[in-house]
Each structure stands twice: as C-alpha cells, then as structure tokens.
Design a protein around this ligand. Sequence first.
Ligand SMILES: [Zn+2]
Length: 290
Amino acid sequence: MRLGPFDTSRINVRSSDGGGGGGGMGPRGIGCGTLVIALIGAVVFGLDPMQTIGVLQGVQQQSAPTQGGGGRELSEQEVCTSSEYAQEACNALTSLDATWEAAFQRAGIAFEQPVLDLYRGGQVSTQGCGSASAAVGPFYCPADKGIYIDTGFYDTLAQMAGTGGDFARLYVIAHEYGHHIQNLTGIADQVRAAQRSNPAAANRLQVAMELQADCYAGMWAGKNRQLIEAGDLEEGLKAASAIGDDTLQRNAGQGVNPESFTHGTSRQRMEALRLGLEATDDSACDAYFR
Ligand SMILES: [Zn+2]
C-alpha cells in the first residue's frame, strides 16, 4: 500500500523491551527450522486477547522503556525511524487511527487510540498483561490498549512463502488493531462473558473474534482503496490463507482438528478479509456475531 508519512503528533508509539537484549532466548537465537514451524503454528498472527492473557506469564509489571544509546527512552520519532519496518508500521498506524476514528464518529461511539509498541526480540513487559516472550508473536493487550509487535516477527513472516510483502505486515497490524476495536466497542467483553456462561461455544466464539479482526483489517484496506497497489490483495489473501489454522496444523504435521482452531481455517480467514475489503457499510464485520 502507498501509505503516507507517519505523524507522531497524532499517533501513540513506543518501544518497550523487558531486557531481552542478551539475545540468547529470542527466537532468532535458536534459529532452526523446527522453531520456525512452531512459531508459525503456535504464534503466527496475533494471539487473541484471551489467549494472550493465558500465555503471558506473570502478574502485572511495570513496563521498562527501551533505552536508547544514551540510556534514555526513545522518542516517538526515534522509534518510528528506527527501521523500515518501524516506519511502515507508524505509517500504517497513522492511517488506521484516522480511518477508525472517523468510523467511530459515524457510529457515535467514543474512540481512543491504541499504543503501538514496537520491540525487537527477547521479552517485552507490558503495562497491563504481564511480560511476554517474543515467541507469542504480535498481540493486543486490552488492559493497556497496546498493540505489541516484535519486528523480528516480520522476518519470520517473510520466510513463509508468499507472505513477505508489505501488505502481509500491514495485515498483521490491522488485525491487532481489529482487537482494539473489539475492546472499544465492548464486543470483546461480551464474548468473554458468553464464553464463561457457555463453555461449549467458547471455541466457536474465539474463532469468530479472530475472523472479525481479519474482517476489520480488510475493512481498513477497503476504506483506503486508493492506496492499494497491484498485488496487495493477493498478498493479503495469501497471508490469510497461510495462517489458517487448518493449514498451520497440516504444516506442523498434525491432523486438522477444528476443535482446536483459534483463528479459523485458511478459507475462513480469506473470506473474512474479503468481507471487510468489499464492505459498503461500517457494520459489515458484525456478521460474525449475528
Ligand atoms: Zn487475533
């Protein structure tokens, strides 16, 4: 996508790092094919809020800001210009904020921006969800409204056939942003309550949450159609297909087991992205909870 320049006066960006600078424990430090498959199978693509809370270890911790070279916290400008990935993510966030703020205004719902936390490797200490190792992949923490992305994950994404383009990375951040929308609208709380009262439906509701986040990602792209470049949609659909639970389970050498799906099948994820892309009204993604 041809995303415009980021605007740090309008977005919330930071870089937290829980001290993984030593590097030995990060995914890249291990670096074998098995791990990549494990990463793809268990991690790829944003754990949902509930799962994330389950995976994250520890109780609430204070975030430890990344220290710049001089031992100080990085400014938003410094975070956004620290790498091409960071720049791209900040561009995307600027666009996502503008797009969703307008949609919330149309719906008469109070909007609040998320915080994008770009870290690299090791561990991250969130403000509201404890600490997480980079191995959990991109995730959203509802308690601190943070979208946490280990930019090293993008390298993993690039290693997956056909998912190395910019749109695959944008899809990751837009999907996590989708969980932020679910947090703001209250659907996340409603789903959690429904899961508690009806455990038999918990998995189905979980998948619906993920597909709705995919749909929101597609809707953002669809609302910025003029910025889409040739090949973007194919890239997005390929990424959506590559990270379907059935494909991931097959690739991991497991039989396909719908009971353990958390994000939906490849086909469902592609359809969710497409539903959002082609939506003509803001409520199209509500389809998952009708
Ligand atoms: Zn998700």
